[in-house]
Write a protein that binds this ligand. Structure first.
Ligand SMILES: [Zn+2]
Length: 558
C-alpha cells in the first residue's frame, strides 16, 4: 500500500487536553487494560479451537460476545436478537447419488469425479481406445507423468483440466483417467478447485480397478456413471449490538472475531505438518476486545449526536463474508451511516516505533482535518515530546478487511492496524504477545476521534484508488512474501518469506525491498499485485531488490 505523506497539523493539544473535569471518557486506562486482557485471553483460548467460521468454537465466541454486549448495555440489532446468520460457500462435495459401474460391477471406492464435472448420466459400451464423439474416452496418465517427473514446473492438475477440456470439446461424453505408472500422482477430490465447469464428466479410477477392467485383454468396456456435485455450505454468525441515541445518523464500529481454526481452509502459514490450533490473539481477538471496550465506553459517553452500531463479524478470513452479508442485508438504514471504523489486528503496537497504520484516510476530507500524524495520550507526553502513537496513513478505502464492504456502499471508513508480524496466521499468534498498553492507547485515540467528531456535520464520502484486496487466489502465481503494509518507501518490503515458496527459493529474505519484477517497475503494493497478474506458473523472471542499501538481482520461478 502506498502511504500518504501529509503536513503535520499544529493543534495536537485538542486531543491531549482530556484529563480535566471536561473529560467525557470515564474509563481509566488500567480498567481498559484489565478488560482487554480478560476478553483476549478468553477469545484466544485453546477451548475455542481457533474460532473457525461454522464451528463450535465460533459459537462459543459468539455467545461470549453477546454476553459482553449485553453487559455493556447494548440492545440487540441482528436479524435474530444479537445474531445475524449467513451462509458461507465451502466448496463442492460429491452428491450421494454419484456412482460408477464397469461391466455391470458397481465400484464402491477408489474413484472420484473432478469438481469441474457436469451433472450428467453416462451409459455406454465402448472400444477401450475410442476417441469418437459421444463415447467416454479412457486415458492412462502414465506417459505424461514419466515424461515430466523431473520438471518442477509441471502441474498435473492443470494438465488434467486442460486435456479433459480438449477431449470434451472434441465430443467425448466422459473422460476416465487412471495411472498405471509407479509415480504417485497425488490426485484427490478437491472441493475448493474453482476451475470453470466442463460440459462432461471427468472421472479418476484407481490403479487396481483400471488394471482389472482395462487391461484384461478385452477390446471394449461398458461404463455407467452418475455425476452430480453439490455446494457445501456452512453458517457464520455476525453479532450486532446497538446504542440508540435517537439520532439521525449512526456510526458503525466493527471487528471480525473469526479466525483459522486448525488451518483447514488453507489460509494458514503454519509450516509444520502437524495440525495446530490458531488462536488468533492479534488476528482478531484484539480488535474484538477493542470493539467490546468501545461499546462499554460509548454507552457512558456524552457524545450522543449519533447512534452507535457494533458488529463483530464472522467469515472474514474466508473473504469478508460477514461484512458483505451485513452491507447487503443491513439491519439499519445504511444511508444513515455517518462513517465506519474497522479494527483488525490492533494488538501488536511496536513499543519503539509506535507505528499505527490508519487506512481509509482518503474516504472523507474530514479525516485529514482530525487525524494528526503524532498522537499524544497525555500532556506529560507532549512535554517530553514522546508521542504515544506515530500514525501512518493509507488513503485507500479498500484493503484486506471488513471496512472494504462499507466503502463499497459509499460510506467513509477508517481501518486501524498495528502491522503484520512473524506470528501472522500461525499457531503462535497468542495472547501473551499482545501489547495491552498499546491497544489501550489506540482505543483512547478512537474514543477521542469519535468525541471530537460528535459536533461536526455528517461526513462526506470520497472515492479513493483501489487496493487489490485478496490473496494470490486471483492470480495464477504468487511469490510467497508477507508484505510490510507499514513500509512507506518505494517498492514492496518483505516482512516475512514463506518456506518453500518462490521468493524463498530465489534467496529473498525478510527485510528485502522488491523494486523490479520481470522488467516491470514495482512502486507500490498495487503495482506489485498488478505485475504478479502478468505471470503464469512455470515462468522464471528477474527480480531486482534492495538489501542493506545495495541493489541486488536474482531470478524467481513461479
Ligand atoms: Zn487474518
Amino acid at each position: 500500500m502506498r502511504l500518504y505523506k501529509f503536513k503535520m497539523l499544529l493543534p495536537v493539544f485538542i486531543f491531549a487536553a482530556c484529563s480535566g473535569p471536561g473529560n467525557i471518557s470515564s474509563t481509566s486506562p488500567d480498567a481498559t487494560i484489565a478488560e482487554l486482557r480478560k476478553n483476549i485471553s478468553y477469545l484466544a483460548d485453546d477451548k475455542l479451537e481457533g474460532r473457525r467460521t461454522g464451528t463450535p468454537g465460533e459459537l462459543l465466541a459468539m455467545n461470549y460476545i453477546i454476553n459482553q454486549f449485553k453487559q455493556a448495555g447494548l440492545s440487540p440489532k441482528g436479524s435474530q436478537n444479537y445474531i445475524q446468520a449467513f451462509e458461507v460457500n465451502d466448496g463442492k462435495v460429491m452428491d450421494k447419488t454419484v456412482a460408477l459401474a464397469i461391466n455391470g460391477n458397481k465400484i464402491e471406492t477408489g474413484f472420484f469425479i473432478f469438481p469441474f464435472s457436469a451433472d450428467t448420466v453416462v451409459n455406454a459400451t465402448v472400444p477401450l481406445r475410442s476417441q469418437d464423439a459421444g463415447d467416454p474416452w479412457i486415458f492412462d496418465i502414465k506417459t505424461i507423468l514419466e515424461e515430466n517427473k523431473n520438471d518442477p514446473h509441471f502441474d498435473l492438475a492443470d494438465y488434467v483440466y486442460k486435456n479433459s477440456k480438449k477431449a470434451i470439446d472434441r465430443g467425448a461424453d466422459a473422460v476416465v483417467l487412471y495411472n498405471s505408472s509407479a509415480i504417485d500422482d497425488k490426485l484427490v477430490f478437491n472441493g475448493k478447485d474453482k476451475s470453470p465447469m466442463l460440459n462432461g464428466v471427468v472421472l479418476y479410477l484407481s490403479r487396481a480397478d483400471a488394471q482389472k477392467y482395462f487391461n484384461n485383454g478385452a477390446d471394449s468396456v461398458s461404463i455407467q456413471i452418475v455425476s452430480k456435485l453439490d455446494e457445501k455450505k456452512r453458517t457464520g454468525h455476525n453479532v450486532v449490538g446497538y446504542i440508540d441515541n435517537g439520532a439521525a445518523t449512526t456510526i458503525v464500529l466493527g471487528a471480525h472475531y473469526d479466525h483459522l481454526g486448525y488451518g483447514e481452509d488453507g489460509n494458514s502459514r503454519n509450516t509444520s505438518h502437524e495440525a495446530a490450533i490458531h488462536n488468533g490473539a492479534d488476528d482478531n481477538a484484539s480488535g474484538t476486545a477493542a470493539l467490546i471496550e468501545l461499546a462499554r465506553q460509548l454507552k457512558k459517553s456524552k457524545a450522543t449526536n449519533n447512534n452507535y452500531l457494533f458488529i463483530a463479524f464472522s467469515g472474514e478470513e474466508l473473504g469478508l463474508y460477514g461484512s458483505k452479508y451485513f452491507t447487503d442485508h443491513p439491519t439499519i438504514d445504511l444511508k444513515a451511516v455517518n462513517y465506519m471504523i474497522n479494527m483488525d489486528m490492533v494488538g501488536r503496537l511496536n513499543d519503539s516505533t509506535k507505528v499505527l497504520t490508519i487506512g481509509g484516510y482518503g474516504t472523507s476530507p474530514t479525516w485529514g482535518k482530525v487525524i494528526e500524524k503524532e498522537y499524544f495520550a497525555t500532556k506529560h507526553d507532549i512535554k517530553k515530546q514522546a508521542p504515544s502513537l506515530v500514525i501512518k496513513i493509507d488513503s485507500s478505502g479498500t484493503g484486506p478487511s471488513d471496512h472494504t464492504s462499507f466503502y463499497r456502499k459509499d460510506i467513509p471508513v477508517l481501518f486501524y492496524f498495528t502491522g503484520l508480524h512473524t506470528d501472522y496466521h500461525k499457531p503462535s499468534d497468542d495472547a501473551d504477545k499482545i501489547n495491552y498498553t498499546g491497544e489501550q492507547t489506540i482505543i483512547a485515540h478512537i474514543m477521542q476521534l469519535i468525541e471530537k467528531l460528535n459536533k461536526e456535520p455528517r461526513l462526506t464520502f470520497a472515492k479513493t484508488r483501489e487496493t487489490q484486496t485478496t490473496t494470490s487466489a486471483r492470480f495464477s502465481v504468487s511469490m510467497g512474501i508477507m508484505p510490510d503494509y507499514t513500509f512507506a518507501g518505494t517498492g514492496v518490503k518483505a516482512d516475512g518469506v514463506s518456506d518453500g515458496k518462490p521468493a524463498q527459493k530465489a534467496g529473498l529474505q525478510a527485510g528485502d525491498i522488491i523494486i523490479e519484477l520481470g522488467g516491470y517497475h514495482i512502486s507500490s503494493m498495487e503495482s506489485y499485485m498488478q505485475t504478479l497478474g502478468k505471470f503464469k506458473k512455470g515462468e522464471t523472471v528477474k527480480v531486482k531488490y534492495i538489501r542493506g542499501g545495495k541493489t541486488l538481482e536474482t531470478s524467481v520461478s513461479f
